[in-house]
Design a protein around this ligand. Structure first.
Ligand SMILES: *[C@@H]1O[C@H](CO)[C@@H](O)[C@H](O)[C@H]1NC(C)=O
Ligand SMILES: *[C@@H]1O[C@H](CO)[C@@H](O)[C@H](O)[C@H]1NC(C)=O
Length: 185
């Protein structure tokens, strides 16, 4: 893999960011999450995003992937791979926990928030905020250990998209793992 840093997506996110921060009633799994158990390789089966630069045109989409590692307490390394318009790209980020809060950030690199809303460690919903605090774009990602989703995990994802007003942006990615597998550990 060749994880570069994020400027293309995040630069774009900064430009596009103008999120309305509605009061959201969502679960926050991150507080009592076992991050060692959450670590490892995940397929990204579905995406719902306000950040328009994130996905390529319809015919160029493939499954995304993520590798999550606990570097030390309060610090995660997160790699994200997507087939974007410039091709299959992997980005690597170091995120730090915001004190005792259930959120990880890297503000200088444009990641305002990374939280797990819900997980049973075989699937999960990740809430990613890109851009500047207060005007970040919302992105929900459906993580799965397998390259196919269960009906229940997809339903949970769709429900959370609805709460975050991202239903119109929900995209289920085609089952092509060629980009995802470029970051297999
Ligand atoms: C967290 O998960 C790891 C890996 O599955 C396990 O070894 C550890 O016992 C768990 N820790 C707690 C506090 O449950
Ligand atoms: C993204 O996927 C499409 C369809 O498979 C492919 O033609 C394109 O080359 C991919 N992007 C790159 C450059 O990897």
């Amino acid at each position: 893999m060749g994880p570069g840093w994020l400027p293309p997506v995040l630069g774009l996110a900064l430009v596009l960011a103008e999120g309305s921060q509605a009061q959201e009633q969502l679960p926050r799994a991150s507080h009592n999450l076992n991050w060692s158990k959450f670590s490892g390789f995940w397929y990204i089966l579905a995406v719902a995003s306000e950040a328009r630069g994130l996905l390529p045109g319809r015919d160029k989409r493939k499954l995304g992937a993520s590798v999550v590692r606990v570097q030390k307490p309060g610090q995660l390394k997160v790699v994200l791979a997507f087939n974007r318009s410039q091709g299959c790209q992997a980005h690597s980020l170091i995120l730090r926990r915001d004190g005792k809060k259930a959120v990880f950030r890297n503000a200088p690199r444009g990641v305002e928030g990374f939280r797990v809303l819900s997980t049973d460690y075989s699937a999960g919903v990740v809430d990613l905020r890109l851009g500047r605090a207060g005007r970040a774009t919302k992105t929900l990602l459906l993580f799965s250990r397998r390259d196919t989703s269960s009906f229940l995990s997809l339903k949970k994802f769709a429900d959370m998209c609805r709460v975050l007003e991202l239903s119109d942006a929900l995209t289920i990615l085609p089952k092509d793992a060629s980009c995802a597998h470029t970051i297999l550990p």
